[in-house]
Design a protein around this ligand. Structure first.
Ligand code: THU
Length: 162
């Protein structure tokens, strides 16, 4: 029998001003995007901003629906929109922010499993790990250098080939 262990590596910054200026700007885009989220059911507003290799920033936010499963997370709205608008251009970073009109968001928002899987797809499609910055309204900022620490043993297109 073999036992294996994963380690997760990320950096924590206490406040926005502690980030590199470009990272701070990207997180501010995500904060701004959260303000226009369509989240009448949960009152949980998520904004995401994707920085591409060509310098473009594409934002998204969560879009809810009376048929709950038809809604979409802010991260995927941003990533799909970035890939649709700039096909084939690699991502450099994604900033994700959440706030709520019902609760106090004291911890960094950690993306759901489906959003992590989509991040894994773009990491591998572009053969380029991109940074992931996470923040909640009243939290510090967590920075990951790639998807590995957020999604160990991820399923990728290479697993569809022999
Ligand atoms: N949500 C996101 O947009 N991203 C996350 O990382 C977590 C959850 C959205 C989905 C739904 O609109 C609301 O937050 C509550 O789950």
């Amino acid at each position: 029998m073999l036992q294996h262990q994963f380690t997760a590596l990320y950096t924590e910054f206490e406040k926005l001003d502690d980030l590199a200026p470009a990272d701070k700007l990207l997180m501010e885009e995500a904060i701004s995007a959260a303000k226009s989220a369509y989240a009448p059911y949960s009152g949980f507003f998520v904004g995401a901003a994707v920085l591409l290799e060509n310098g473009a920033v594409v934002c998204g936010n969560n879009q809810e629906n009376a048929a709950y499963p038809s809604g979409m997370c802010g991260e995927r709205v941003a990533m799909f929109s970035a890939s649709a608008q700039f096909p084939g251009i690699a991502f450099k970073a994604i900033a994700i922010y959440a706030c709520s009109d019902k609760i106090s968001v004291n911890e960094a928002v950690t993306p759901c499993g489906s959003c992590r899987q989509v991040m894994a797809e773009y990491h591998s499609a572009f053969e380029n790990p991109f940074r992931i910055l996470l923040k909640g309204e009243k939290s510090s900022i967590l920075v990951f250098d790639g998807i590995e620490s957020l999604l160990p043993l991820m399923f990728l297109s290479k697993h569809l080939k022999s």
